[in-house]
Design a protein around this ligand. Structure first.
Ligand SMILES: Nc1ncnc2c1ncn2[C@@H]1O[C@H](COP(=O)(O)OP(=O)(O)OP(=O)(O)O)[C@@H](O)[C@H]1O
Ligand SMILES: CC(C)(CO)[C@@H](O)C(=O)NCCC(=O)O
Ligand SMILES: [K+]
Length: 247
């Protein structure tokens, strides 16, 4: 389909990490190929990749993104940047359309061709919900703190509190770290379950497809979520869809 050296790298600049993927040559399937935290790490990583065309989207500040794109262009890369905008067969409901985060917009772009009612749960730095109906209408969503943000909000307000990366699983914690881990995990689980419930209430007679993405999905009790598809690269899939439609 594409020449290996003519297909771009797809890069999402998230709130705390960047993630990259490339399309396999035979199919439309994306494969994750890089991840890092700083732009310095991104430049070092890019220097080792063959691609010279970059398709990117960023939830960072406009000044940061512009500076990054300028630097990449100076280094000789051809950069295509996706921003929240308009797309055929899909309409989002924000009164100020550009205010919708590009990561959220891209997940819906990736799913709109299904013409299904979709619930999209993204558990990253922030937790986001978006509901897209079968007519391609975005009904709206939620934004709440992600797991780490919740934990750090507690720690930042009290000298006494500390968190662990991992905590002992179970119902109740018998240390501060476990109690915070379990409490925040329960909050994340709760927001996911309520999100699905709310979407069902809005679309009572319709089938709903539930899509999960974001690294913190691993902390969810998936049995309680019910039928779902786990799509770790959903934002990048949307970026790929966007790119295909620019050609
Ligand atoms: N490949 C990975 N390597 C290391 N940590 C990961 C990986 N994937 C996910 N994680 C962990 O999962 C958490 C959530 O991941 P995700 O990539 O969804 O969000 P994020 O990078 O924190 O947020 P954002 O997408 O807003 O930048 C991160 O805090 C990270 O610690
Ligand atoms: C909510 C986040 C931080 C999730 O990554 C991002 O989508 C964003 O910055 N959004 C802008 C605000 C909004 O979507 O309403
Ligand atoms: K995200």
């Amino acid at each position: 389909m594409f020449e290996a050296n003519s297909t771009p790298l797809f890069i999402e600049m998230g709130n705390s990490a960047w993630k990259a993927a490339r399309a396999t040559s035979q199919t439309d399937i994306l494969v994750a190929c890089g991840r890092g935290e700083t732009t310095l790490q991104l430049h070092a990583w890019l220097a080792q990749q063959p691609e010279q065309t970059l398709v990117l989207a960023s939830v960072g500040s406009e000044a940061e993104v512009v500076a990054l794109v300028d630097t990449l262009c100076e280094k000789g890369y051809h950069v295509m940047r996706a921003t929240t905008g308009e797309a055929a067969d899909f309409k989002h409901c924000y009164q100020e359309p550009q205010m919708l985060g590009v990561d959220r917009w891209l997940t819906m772009l990736a799913l709109r061709s299904r013409k299904q009612n979709c619930v999209i749960l993204d558990a990253g730095t922030a937790f986001t919900l978006d509901v897209l109906d079968a007519n391609g209408q975005h009904l709206g969503g939620w934004i709440s703190p992600g797991l780490k943000l919740m934990q750090h909000a507690l720690v930042s307000r009290s000298e006494r509190l500390h968190v662990n990366e991992e905590w002992v699983p179970g119902g109740l914690g018998s240390s501060t770290q476990d109690a915070i881990g379990l409490g925040c995990q329960a909050a994340l689980q709760g927001v996911c379950e309520q999100a699905i419930e709310r979407a069902r209430a809005l679309l009572p007679h319709a089938d709903l497809e539930v899509f999960l993405t974001g690294g913190d999905i691993r902390y969810l009790n998936l049995e309680r979520i019910g039928a779902h598809q786990h799509r770790p690269l959903l934002v990048l899939e949307g970026l790929y869809t966007w790119w295909r439609e620019q050609l």
